[in-house]
Design a protein around this ligand. Structure first.
Ligand code: HEC
Ligand code: HEC
Length: 223
């Protein structure tokens, strides 16, 4: 082997074996993977926490920051995969680990890089719902589809109301990405293999308006 070839091989080695400078490491360093699936190939079928391998497609970074600094309960009834689901105190009532400002920024950057599912999400309308449209979709959310029987939401007086078997939707407008919500309502199987949520046959307009309605739900509107 010539010296040139040898040098070439060595450089090739450096090229292939130097880890690319992703920030995924900070999630592993903080043991997030012990409770959350951080990649789609993870075979843990019963993790203690919800999937995060598509976190960059689901959450708003500002919300992630707040949550990791000062965690709040999102699933008051526990995780649907939890053996004690809806049977007394859910395991997840133990407080979520919290982090400093500096660590949080790194964790959030890393979470926003996790994008592991199809990304052909439809755009969601940006024209605000009229008063009439909002009243109609709110009625459908509560009565026609009964979403409120499983999800906490805000009533007309700005009070938190609703069931606890699904994640709280009270702060959806700060927490979730609109396009993600729309896709969840269209194809939940992209994100979860077996969901406890009924599958609704929603036409595109109803789906869009439901999404827009959820995006108006924010903690600051609680009265
Ligand atoms: C001991 C287990 C445990 C560890 C460790 C843990 N989590 Fe969690 N995490 C949970 C549980 C349980 C929930 C659900 C809380 C709820 O719904 O109220 C959760 C919720 C979350 C959520 C909100 C997800 C959603 O869909 O609402 C994010 C984001 C999150 N964790 C990020 C992290 C990060 C980042 C780390 C590592 C720095 C981490 N978690 C470490 C158990 C854990
Ligand atoms: C029978 C209970 C039930 C009903 C009714 C229901 N859901 Fe759900 N929903 C769930 C559960 C449980 C989850 C969490 C995923 C899982 O574990 O299956 C969920 C997840 C969601 C999520 C994702 C939230 C997150 O943070 O991951 C949204 C958005 C949502 N539902 C909206 C709706 C809307 C809109 C309706 C009415 C059209 C509705 N749900 C009706 C139980 C329900």
């Amino acid at each position: 082997m010539t010296l040139k070839a040898l040098i070439f091989l060595c450089l090739g080695g450096i090229f292939f074996f130097t880890p690319t400078p992703t920030q995924a490491g900070v999630l592993e360093d903080n043991h997030c993977g012990s409770c959350h699936r951080l990649n789609a190939e993870d075979t843990n079928t019963n993790p203690a926490g919800p999937d995060l391998h598509y976190a960059g497609q689901k959450f708003q970074p500002q919300w992630l920051k707040q949550f990791l600094k000062k965690p709040a309960v999102i699933r008051p009834g526990g995780l649907t995969t939890d053996p004690s689901f809806l049977q007394g105190t859910p395991d997840n009532m133990s407080p979520h680990p919290s982090f400093s400002e500096e660590d949080t920024s790194k964790l959030v950057a890393s979470l926003m890089n996790l994008k592991s599912v199809e990304s052909n999400f439809e755009p969601v309308g940006t024209e605000p719902l009229s008063k009439g449209q909002r009243a109609k979709i709110k009625y459908q959310f509560e009565r026609t589809f009964g979403c409120i029987s499983c999800h906490q939401s805000l009533n007309l007086a700005g009070k938190v109301r609703g069931g606890v078997s699904g994640p709280s939707l009270v702060n959806s407008g700060n927490r979730l990405q609109a396009e993600w919500v729309n896709h969840w309502l269209q194809k939940p199987e992209v994100f979860i293999s077996k969901s406890r949520m009924p599958r609704y046959k929603l036409d595109a307009l109803t789906r869009d308006q439901l999404t827009q309605f959820l995006m108006t739900l924010k903690n600051e509107n609680i009265r």
